[in-house]
Design a protein around this ligand. Structure first.
Ligand code: CAA
Length: 389
């Protein structure tokens, strides 16, 4: 029996900000963002789109009635929690109509949690092969207006159905994690935006990558020439590119180098346009690779590097399943192009928009463009979600 990712769903917000426009507004040379960070645009959310609505939109694209009956574990990874007590997965369970005898939890460790969620899902299916697990990675990256990380914001949700005999990717048994107690990026409970030591965070990302990869090679005998592609956590594509460059040692042949580089380009196609979506970024890159590479074949091995500030990272590999392309989409780019371009003024207005609660703790929101679900109101401090499309 194999275990892995059977299908992948993805949703982002309906608005996008061009990074050239942002650069001009901030008095920065546009090439710094488009070439220096390798970012073209970022998804911006209105107040009616949050981690639950994006997760519900992503999951509803791939869920079948059989999934609704078989899923008995929903793992929601996020660092954009909407409630300090109730897990976002419980809202999602209700919105998606999953059968009642399910466990629904939320997991957090910065941009890393979805990877721990995926491993938990794998272990669950190992024990209960007839069951499926819904793993969600949903976040809104918000650094702050005119902050150092502003150009690396974004929003999006991935929905991964984990099952036995998966039709897209088999998860191999070679996960290796590393933990370091550092302060490179963190968000205290009292702050809506993170504190970040930018340069330090990029050094830590790269050092965690190279040291974990060295240990992975030692423990599992992995090597870059056996891999068709390497996917990375993508806070911004240039850092992932530096990651790949740091792994490609001089002994690698030109053919291996070309393969890894061209698949890397396929793997950042979506991330360039959406921005950082924190814990979902690695899985967005994986989806981007699977949907945009013309060179992948059944049996190909893919390396994955997950990194969450704080910090926990993990490297593992996956194997592509025969017929994987039948479970992907070919119209994703067209959908991304449909996002409404917004001005920097509109982006700033959306950024600062906050729920104005009345004395009962209630408010309703004006209508914005959203995916299939929206946060339509807050009623006596309770978030009200509805299917709208
Ligand atoms: N044309 C072309 N390139 C240009 C340029 C121009 N006119 N001007 C600058 N550049 C290049 C620079 O040379 C640099 O490239 P290299 O790194 O290859 O030298 C690149 O643009 C960025 O320039 P700076 O380093 O000067 O940019 P900065 O200091 O203003 O900000 C940053 C960079 C610190 C990463 C900032 O974007 C930031 O704080 N981001 C948020 C933190 C982050 O994403 N950290 C990543 C690791 S932590 C993590 O992974 C978890 C997570 O998701 C947050």
């Amino acid at each position: 029996m194999t275990i892995g990712i059977d299908r992948i769903g993805f949703a982002t917000s309906q608005y996008r900000l061009s990074l050239e426009d942002l650069a001009q507004a901030r008095g920065v040379e546009p090439a710094k963002f488009t070439k220096g960070l390798m970012l073209d645009s970022m998804s911006i959310t209105p107040i009616t789109e949050d981690i639950v609505t994006m997760a519900a939109s992503a999951a509803s694209q791939i869920l079948t009635d059989e999934d609704r009956e078989t899923i008995d574990l929903i793992i929601f990874a996020t660092e954009t929690g909407i409630d300090q007590s109730k897990a976002a997965s419980v809202f999602l369970h209700g919105l998606l109509g999953i059968q009642p005898f399910a466990r629904s939890i939320e997991m957090k460790e910065a941009c890393y949690a979805a990877t721990a969620g995926l491993d938990y899902a794998k272990r669950h299916v190992e024990k209960f092969p007839d069951r499926r697990v819904l793993v969600i990675a949903s976040d809104i990256a918000k650094y702050g207006i005119a902050s150092g990380g502003e150009a690396t914001q974004g929003a999006g949700a991935l929905a991964l159905i984990v099952s036995s005999n998966p039709r897209t990717l088999i998860l191999n048994d070679d996960n290796l994690a590393q933990t370091r107690d550092i302060m490179d990026f963190w968000r205290p409970n009292y702050s809506t935006t993170p504190y970040v030591q930018g340069a330090f965070s990029t050094q830590q990302y790269l050092d965690c990558l190279t040291t974990t990869w060295a240990e992975h090679q030692k423990r599992f005998g992995t090597s870059l020439d056996q891999l068709a592609a390497f996917c990375f956590h993508v806070p911004f594509p240039k850092l992932a590119k530096k990651g790949l460059d740091s792994l490609m040692t001089d002994d690698l042949t030109e053919t291996d180098r070309d393969r890894l580089t061209s698949n890397f380009d396929a793997a950042i196609t979506y991330n360039r346009q959406i921005g950082n979506i924190y814990t979902g970024s690695l899985y967005l890159s994986l989806l981007s690779l699977l949907e945009n590479s013309r060179a992948l074949e059944a049996g190909d091995q893919i390396g994955l590097f997950s990194y969450g500030s704080g910090a926990v990272c993990e490297i593992f590999t996956a194997t592509i399943v025969d017929g994987f392309e039948q479970h992907l989409r070919t119209d994703r780019q067209a959908e991304l192009d449909l996002r409404t371009p917004i001005s920097v003024d509109t982006y700033e207005a959306l950024f600062y928009d906050e729920a104005q609660l009345d004395e009962t703790g209630s408010t309703s929101f004006k209508t914005y463009q959203t995916g299939a679900y929206a946060l339509t109101a807050i009623d006596q401090h309770q978030r009200i979600y509805q299917k709208v499309n």
